[in-house]
Design a binder for this molecule. Structure first.
Ligand code: HEC
Ligand code: HEC
Length: 401
C-alpha cells in the first residue's frame, strides 16, 4: 500500500527512471494494485458532474507521489490516503510516527511539523535534543464539506470568551482577518483549500500555486539535472481543487443505525450528555448555510447544493477551549495559546475509540473524559459522580456516534 515503505532499491529505481525520462512506474514492481482500504463514500444525491469530480479527487488522494512529481525533499508520506483511511478512505489515520509537531526550547511555542522521510540523497530531519514534542493524530476528513458550510455566525453564537453566563465554559473563536478558523486540532486553519494546500506542502513536500504554499519547506538539495524536470510549483491549482472537492464531498459518518432512537440506555445516555453540559462544547446540531459561500484563501464560491441548507450533527462548537494543564503539551498552532484545543467533532468517534484526544493519548471513553479539566472540569466531575449505570449509558451513547 502507499504508506508502506518501499525498499531502497525500488526507490532508487524510480529516481533512475525519472532521470532517464521514461514513464514513471512502468514495469516496476508495484504494491498499489492491491486495495487495502475500503473505498470512500460520497454524500448521497451528487450530480453526474459532482460524482466525476469526486472520482478525480479520489484518484489524487490515493496517488503515491514520487520525487519526479516534486515529492519532498523531506516528507512524511507519499499519498494522502496513508494517513486518512479508517473506516473508509478519507477517514482518520493510524498512529503515525511522523505526526509530530515540535518547537525548540528557545523559540516559543509555535509548533513545526517533523518530517521523518527524505528523497534519496537528502538527509531526513532530526529532532533537536531540547525540542518540545506534540503528537497530533490524523483526524477524519468525513463530512468536512458540511462543516465548512456552517455559517460563521452560527459558530460565533456559541462563543463566550468572558464567561458571561458563569458556567465555567468559555469557548473562543479562532479569528484571522475577521473570519472564523474552524479546522485543525487548534483551529489554526481557515478553509479546506488552505488545509489541503498545507497537507500537500507539509506532509508530502509538494508546493502548489495557493498563496502561502508555493515554496518548499526546506531548500531543495537535489542535483540540478533532476530539479529541472520537476514542475514548479509541484502541483497545479486544478490538483488542489480536485482534492478539496473530494474532501468536501465525503459523506459524514452516519450514526450506528442499530441504536438510533431505540435502545433505552442510549436515550438515557444522550440525555445525560446534555445534562452534564458535554453538549455545550460538543454541540449536537447545526444547519449549513442556504446560499453559496466563500472560503478563506479562495476567490471562487462553493456552490455544491448537497452542502447547503442541511441539518448536520457534528457534536462540536469549533471553538477553542482550555482543558487544563494535563492536556497542555506546550505547543501552539495559529492563534491558539498552548493548552487551547478545538472541540473535536464526535461524529464517527466510535471508529477511533482507542485513539482519543489530540495526541491519541486516551484508550477509551472514560479516560478521554477524565482528561477533561479546565473549562470542562465541572462536566467531568459530574460524570465521575454518576452512578455506574448512568456512566455506562453515556458511554453507550458515545458508541453510537
Ligand atoms: C503523514 C500523515 C498525513 C498525510 C500524508 C496527510 N495528512 Fe491530513 N492530517 C494529518 C494530521 C496529523 C492532521 C491533524 C493536524 C492538526 O490539526 O494538528 C491532518 C489534518 C488534515 C485536515 C484537517 C482536518 C480537520 O478536521 O480539521 C485535512 C483537510 C487534511 N488533513 C487533508 C489531507 C490531504 C488532502 C492530504 C493529502 C494532500 C493529507 N491530509 C495528507 C496527517 C496527514
Ligand atoms: C469546555 C468544553 C468541553 C466540555 C464541557 C466537554 N468537552 Fe469533550 N472535548 C473538548 C475538547 C476541547 C476536546 C479535545 C481535547 C484534546 O484533544 O486534547 C474534547 C475531547 C473529547 C473526546 C475525544 C474525542 C476525540 O475525537 O478524540 C470525547 C470522547 C469527549 N470530549 C467527550 C466529552 C463528554 C462525554 C463530555 C461530558 C462529560 C465532554 N466531552 C465535555 C471540549 C469539551
Amino acid at each position: 500500500m502507499s504508506h508502506s515503505r518501499p525498499c531502497c532499491c525500488w526507490r532508487y529505481a524510480r529516481i533512475v527512471v525519472a532521470v532517464s525520462g521514461l514513464v514513471v512506474g512502468a514495469g516496476l514492481p508495484t504494491t498499489e494494485a492491491k486495495k487495502e482500504h475500503d473505498p470512500p463514500v460520497p454524500l448521497s444525491g451528487l450530480t453526474k458532474e459532482e460524482q466525476a469530480r469526486f472520482e478525480e479527487g479520489r484518484q489524487l488522494f490515493e496517488f503515491p507521489f514520487t520525487p519526479r512529481d516534486g515529492l519532498g525533499p523531506i516528507f512524511n508520506a507519499r499519498a494522502c490516503e496513508a494517513c486518512h483511511h479508517i473506516p473508509t478512505i478519507g477517514g482518520h489515520g493510524p498512529g503515525y510516527r511522523g505526526n509530530i509537531r515540535y518547537a525548540e526550547g528557545t523559540q516559543g511555542p509555535a509548533g513545526r511539523l517533523f518530517h521523518e522521510r527524505a528523497v534519496p540523497g537528502v538527509s531526513p530531519e532530526t529532532l533537536p535534543g531540547n525540542a518540545l514534542l506534540s503528537k497530533r493524530r490524523p483526524p477524519t476528513l468525513l463530512g468536512l464539506g458540511l462543516i465548512e458550510a456552517i455559517p460563521e455566525e452560527a459558530i460565533l453564537a456559541n462563543a463566550d470568551p468572558d464567561d458571561k453566563d458563569h458556567d465555567g465554559i468559555r469557548g473562543r473563536a479562532s479569528m484571522r482577518d475577521g473570519h472564523v478558523q474552524r479546522f485543525g486540532s487548534q483551529a489554526h486553519v481557515g478553509s479546506l483549500v488552505e488545509f489541503v494546500s498545507d497537507a500537500l506542502r507539509q506532509e508530502m513536500g509538494l508546493t502548489s500555486p495557493t498563496q502561502g504554499f508555493d515554496r518548499e519547506t526546506s531548500p531543495i538539495e537535489l542535483p540540478i539535472f533532476l530539479q529541472r524536470r520537476i514542475p514548479e510549483p509541484n502541483v497545479s491549482l486544478e490538483t488542489v481543487r480536485k482534492l478539496v472537492d473530494f474532501v468536501a464531498l465525503l459523506a459524514p459518518p452516519a450514526r450506528d443505525a442499530e441504536f438510533v432512537g431505540e435502545a433505552h440506555q442510549v436515550t438515557r445516555g444522550e440525555r445525560l450528555f446534555r445534562e452534564l453540559a458535554c453538549a455545550k462544547c460538543h454541540v449536537p446540531a447545526f444547519r449549513t448555510g442556504a446560499k453559496p459561500f466563500m472560503r478563506m484563501g479562495d476567490p471562487t464560491p462553493v456552490t455544491f447544493s448537497v452542502l447547503l441548507d442541511r441539518e448536520v450533527s457534528p457534536y462540536s462548537d469549533f471553538l477553542l477551549h482550555d482543558l487544563g494543564p494535563t492536556l497542555n503539551d506546550g505547543i501552539a498552532l495559529g492563534v491558539a495559546k498552548p493548552g487551547e484545543y478545538r472541540t473535536p467533532p464526535l461524529w464517527g468517534v466510535r471508529f477511533r475509540i482507542h485513539q482519543l484526544l489530540h495526541d491519541a493519548r486516551a484508550n477509551n471513553f472514560e479516560q478521554a473524559i477524565v482528561y477533561h479539566g479546565g473549562e470542562a472540569a465541572a462536566s467531568r466531575n459530574r460524570f465521575l459522580r454518576l452512578p455506574n449505570e448512568d456512566r455506562q449509558a453515556l458511554i453507550e451513547f458515545l458508541k453510537t456516534l
